[in-house]
Design a protein around this ligand. Structure first.
Ligand code: SF4
Length: 204
């Protein structure tokens, strides 16, 4: 069976490779205000129902999987849109609590969802959207060749890191302020794994 990782691992990796390793290699997880707010926003989207909104058919909490990329997860919402050729195609919509980012983190995660849908359904998924809580609006995302390549690159990096159990050193920066794993990571201090740190604390 193909080894798979949650779609969220891509975001963790792009935010900070060490954060990704702490979660997916060392199995550390800690919630802070930001992750809790994000989880609540997803719970609102994840009602597991189907219906129509504004004349558009949509499914919520759609399970996703890609054996090619080694990913699994859940799409908040998948709408059914009609292309210029009259054919229907799935249109993933991801809900985020914050505001649009300069970085490609959210777009990569959404594009990865699209690639899962393409593999599962055998259709082309040209675009989707991200709904941001601040301000409450949608950003359209086109799944072009560059974005698709970036998804492949990040998937490969996550796969290598998890399979080889690599824990990168901490690179302290502004990102650490909002990191839910700051206590476990101890940026600026830790040079080895959390398990080793805990062990050394118990042995001292
Ligand atoms: S505290 Fe900083 S270096 Fe450590 S995992 Fe979080 S973002 Fe990465």
């Amino acid at each position: 069976m193909t080894e798979t990782w949650p779609l969220s691992a891509l975001q963790h990796y792009m935010y900070c490779p060490r954060q990704c390793a702490l979660i997916h290699v060392e199995k550390v997880w800690s919630e802070n205000r930001y992750t809790a707010e994000g989880r609540l926003l997803h719970l609102r989207a994840d009602s597991g129902s189907s219906g129509r909104r504004g004349g558009v058919a949509e499914d919520r909490s759609v399970p996703l999987r890609s054996d090619v990329l080694g990913l699994y997860g859940i799409a908040d919402v998948v709408e059914t849109r009609q292309g210029e050729d009259g054919k229907e195609y799935p249109y993933p919509v991801e809900y985020k609590r914050g505001s649009p980012k300069v970085e490609d983190w959210d777009r990569v995660q959404l594009c990865a969802q699209a690639l899962c849908l393409e593999e599962m359904l055998g259709v082309h998924v040209p675009e989707g959207a991200i709904f941001y809580g601040k301000p409450r609006r949608r950003e359209r995302v086109s799944f072009d060749a560059l974005l698709r390549q970036e998804v492949q690159r990040v998937c490969s990096a996550v796969r290598e890191m998890v399979q080889k159990a690599i824990l990168p050193d901490a690179e302290k920066g502004p990102k650490c302020r909002n990191c839910s794993l700051r206590d476990a990571c101890m940026p600026g201090k830790a040079t080895y794994g959390v398990e080793a740190y805990v062990r050394s604390g118990l042995e001292s």
